[in-house]
Ligand binder design. Structure first.
Ligand code: TXA
Ligand code: MG
Length: 348
């Protein structure tokens, strides 16, 4: 049985009771899904290898794919890491609590299961009061990947978690919809030069401004062993095949309208992920706007929810517009490209 508890109103009488119940589950070696500002996480005590193993089983996650260790206070970095380099503190001061995950050398107390037996640990202090209250009440760092079944879009609501993990975990804390919508940026500080392993809600530019030096991106999906072990596995996939169409708004709509026509499928079997600005250009299909192209944060917030909505609607194919721009657009595209299995039609 999975208990679903409502903590949306932090002023409610039951809020503290529920947080304490969830913390007890963690202390006793159970697993709890909880909201963060990015996506929902599925947490267990990072000090308890048996508890951490339950996360991998519930998600059907490959055991070599390490988890992110969540702390409730930046000063507790020392509980997860030995001798973090000075750059760590510069980034922690600038971005914690918040959606930045920092790879550092692992402290011996962290269970090897949590880090996929690597000597390094991914650490982050989330900017969500429920997440931090839970970690604080549990009294241990919480190891937590996203609370989806492996390979599925990350969950941005308690309902998404329930769809994937009902009956497989002890509790879900409903904290409403996640404000960020895509996962944290991951930066590796264990090598000589900092490297972004996964783009996310904090941009490379923001990080470069703090460090005063350029940061490189690792090429997660190209040949060779990716630095973040999880990046070699399929990700974020909706049930229907997804194609990204990359062109001007008018060209893109013309291509998708034509493909929809040629498919012979009824409108209700064709999902189209568009924006507020472009939704009116489509003549066929179920058109859902992920947000405004002028506000990429709105698109990030809705992206996984729209992909999961197409699952519920049972569409047979999905088309998505591409996103380009100076801010979060590249992180949005990173997720979309994976969700599409890199199936992209480039126009023009
Ligand atoms: O926003 C987020 O980061 C969310 C919330 C719940 O905090 N968590 C999340 O976790 O996205 P997950 O497990 O879905 O993604 C973690 C990624 C994986 O690609 C994993 O391989 C990588 O972090 N990772 C974890 N530990 C690592 C390490 N020591 N070295 C390199 N990559 C690591
Ligand atoms: Mg994940």
């Amino acid at each position: 049985m999975t208990a679903l508890v409502n903590c949306i109103d932090s002023g409610s009488q039951t809020f503290i009771d529920y947080i304490n119940q969830a913390a007890d589950i963690i202390k006793k070696g159970g697993v709890v899904a909880f909201p963060t500002e990015t996506v929902y996480g599925l947490g267990a005590s990072a000090y308890n290898g048996d508890a951490v193993r339950k996360i991998f089983i519930a998600k059907n996650r490959p055991v070599d794919n390490p988890l992110i260790i969540h702390i409730d206070d930046p000063d507790k970095l020392g509980e997860c890491s030995t001798a973090p380099p000075p750059m760590t503190w510069a980034l922690a001061n600038a971005f914690w609590p918040g959606p930045l995950t920092i790879i550092v050398n692992k402290a011996p107390e962290i269970a090897p299961e949590a880090t996929g037996r690597l000597n390094t640990a991914a650490v982050r202090c989330p900017d969500n009061h429920i997440a931090r209250a839970l970690i604080n009440a549990a009294g241990v760092p919480i190891a937590a990947p996203s609370a989806n079944s492996s390979g599925r879009p990350s969950p941005t609501s308690a309902a998404h978690v329930l769809t994937d993990l009902d009956g497989k975990i002890d509790m879900i804390i409903d904290g409403g919809e996640c404000s960020g919508g895509i996962e944290s940026t991951i930066i590796d500080l264990t090598a000589e030069n900092p490297v972004i392993l996964r783009p996310g809600l904090i941009t490379a530019k923001q990080i470069e401004n703090v460090l005063g030096r350029p940061v490189a991106f690792s090429k997660g999906h190209t040949a060779g062993e990716p630095k973040a072990p999880g990046l070699k596995y399929p990700h974020y996939a909706p049930l229907a095949p997804l194609t990204i169409v990359d062109g001007s708004p008018v060209e893109t709509a013309a291509y998708i309208n034509g493909a929809a026509e040629a498919s012979g499928l009824p409108d209700e079997s064709i999902g189209i992920l568009a924006t507020d600005e472009t939704a009116g250009l489509y003549r066929r299909g179920v058109v859902i706007s992920a947000g405004s192209s002028k506000d990429p944060a709105s698109v990030a917030r809705s992206l996984y929810g729209v992909l999961r909505r197409f699952d519920v609607l049972g569409v047979a194919v999905i088309y998505s517009e591409a996103f380009h721009g100076p801010g979060l657009e590249s992180s949005i595209m990173n997720r979309l490209e994976k969700a599409a299995g890199y199936h992209i039609v480039t126009l023009g």
